[in-house]
Design a protein around this ligand. Sequence first.
Ligand code: SAH
Ligand code: SF4
Ligand code: F3S
Length: 436
Amino acid sequence: MSSNKKLFIQTLGCQMNDTDSQHIAAELEKHKDYSQTDKMEDADLIIINTCSVREKPVQKLFSEIGQFNKKKKDGAKIGVCGCTASHLGRDIIKRAPYVDFVVGARNISKIKDVVDVKGSVEISIDHDESTYEFATAKTNKYRASVNISIGCDKKCTYCIVPSTRGEEISIPIEMIVDQVQKSVDLGAVEVMLLGQNVNSYGRRFSDGREKSTFTKLLQEVSKVEGLERIRFTSPHPLHMDDDFIEEFARNKKISRCIHMPLQSGSTEILKAMKRGYTKEWFINRATKLRSLVPDLRITTDIIVAFPGETQEDYEDTLDVVNQVKFDQIFNFKYSPRPGTEALNMKEKEVPDEIGSKRLIDLIELHKRHLEAVMPSYVGQTLNVLVESLKPNGEVCGFTDNYLQVFTSGSDSLLGKFVNVKITSNTRTSLKGEIVE
Ligand code: SAH
Ligand code: SF4
Ligand code: F3S
């Protein structure tokens, strides 16, 4: 069926929002005759899939939709989806009356039913999407993303996500395996398993079946023939038990790059954040992983200036950074969020200039680490999955431990594994020549 209506989607936020956007696009294409455009001015329907995790993206929502409304084609509709839709709901239409509908992050599967209903707001937080068949989402031809759970049962005191995505429900194992298989049939060699807390997988299914575990899921997914690489995000350091770590080390299909969101290196602050682990536990888990997986790369998320964070607490964070030597850090300055417990700690909030200074110093420390470690790859031969062709004729791909590598080549290499001898580096990527 040829589509004549055009859809423009802008996605803010995390990888889960990316997959949600792809699902929205697939549903509207299948049931409502829309095809996607990357030109907002051409669109008959404009959707912004929002993030609420910090205040900045929320402000961005209102400035963006204001612009969309000014520049959109006559008669084009505007819809707001995602996490900010969940927590602001009808207030979005009150503040921006030109918005046609609002669909929360836990109601994405309802998109085709609301798109033509002016003024509709679907934000129920207990909607069960765990057995809904989401469209196969792809980052590129070779990498697919598959949701393994919805929602989050943690109550980290700074975090708005549990109130925008609701309680955690695991997606049945056979649905996940089936979706991985479908992605592989369509050419994917790598899969990214997605959830807010992937390694608590299996504690609750909506059909009341017996509990399962993330380790079991990894074992089942890795049986899919033709699948070469499994990645997942985000695991919670608290649930990194020995079983999980041993499976991670043993299972050859699992990428040797793991995300370990530290948040803070201070046991006191971790307690105030309700993260459930201590500085020592985190270091112990990272050390065990590094000892079993020699070329492991570890990425992390860190929040500085959480209420009550003293200089000493901050130095504990730097100490963990120095000991674990993260390969990538996503740094954030604490941002107070509506409805979270940390809002009650207002009197302990850290002055903004101290927060900014801590952020800058942390970024500097990490830069120095990267400057020391990245040149050590020069001279090594690394196995790379080539996944894109750059406008300058180079191809780009990732190693199994997720280092980005550029080399000269052509589109005949796409989707193939090649050995690359590294000749130079930047702080975040490597360059080299293909060898046999
Ligand atoms: N479920 C994931 C995190 C999702 S939110 C996990 O637990 O790892 C992504 C990151 O945003 C978090 O890891 C945290 O570092 C950051 N974040 C969440 N709430 C924040 C807030 N109020 N202020 C600043 N950063 C925040
Ligand atoms: Fe937020 Fe914590 Fe859940 Fe992650 S685990 S989504 S940080 S509440
Ligand atoms: Fe993701 Fe942002 Fe929601 S990080 S879960 S889109 S608040």
